[in-house]
Unconditional design. Structure first.
Length: 182
């Protein structure tokens, strides 16, 4: 938050602040090499999303893309392919890149619930969770998203799968599936 990114080079025993101020907040970080990574977050207005990247291990961050609702979760599935989720108030966003973050395109569906977290368990299958108990699943690399659950009074903040069948969604309670969200 507040334009600060921390980095470690010794497994977390010591942390240092990056040398460059980031205008906004980084809310999710994903590195594909020790030096190259992306972060999803918000600009200084906190309502507008931004994507930042680094090629020097997080010492410096460059804003790459913005003009979206705030962005909350990022995950790379390969060197070239990544997904970002987010949204604000009554909007939802899912962004995807297939060229290592050079270009991002929207994969949002018509839901009005923002998404807090994404977990792609393969190049085709993944889950996104968010406001009011929304759980979305894709089996097409994000081309189509199917609602598996919604209508809860509570938001889901995180989703994680260990294989194609077993996963958890964290919100007010912890929900587990052993059949791929069926």
């Amino acid at each position: 938050g507040d334009g600060i990114a921390l980095r470690t080079s010794n497994g977390g025993q010591n942390w240092s602040v990056n040398s460059e101020y980031i205008e906004g907040s980084l809310l999710s970080v994903c590195f594909i090499t020790p030096d190259t990574g992306w972060a999803a977050g918000s600009t200084s207005s906190f309502l507008s999303g931004a994507i930042y990247y680094t090629v020097d291990g997080g010492e410096n961050w460059i804003q790459q893309y913005s003009n979206t609702p705030r962005l909350l979760s990022i995950q790379f599935t390969s060197r070239d392919t990544a997904y970002i989720t987010g949204g604000a108030f009554f909007s939802q966003i899912i962004l995807k890149t297939t060229n290592g973050g050079t270009n991002w395109f929207s994969q949002s569906d018509s839901s009005e619930n923002y998404l807090n977290s994404i977990d792609m368990i393969s190049s085709l299958t993944g889950y996104a969770v968010g406001k009011n108990g929304l759980i979305l699943k894709t089996t097409s690399g994000g081309d189509n998203w199917i609602s598996q659950h919604s209508g809860s009074l509570y938001d889901y903040h995180s989703v994680y799968f260990v294989n194609q069948y077993t996963g958890w969604a964290l919100g007010y309670d912890i929900f587990k599936t052993t059949d791929g969200g069926g």
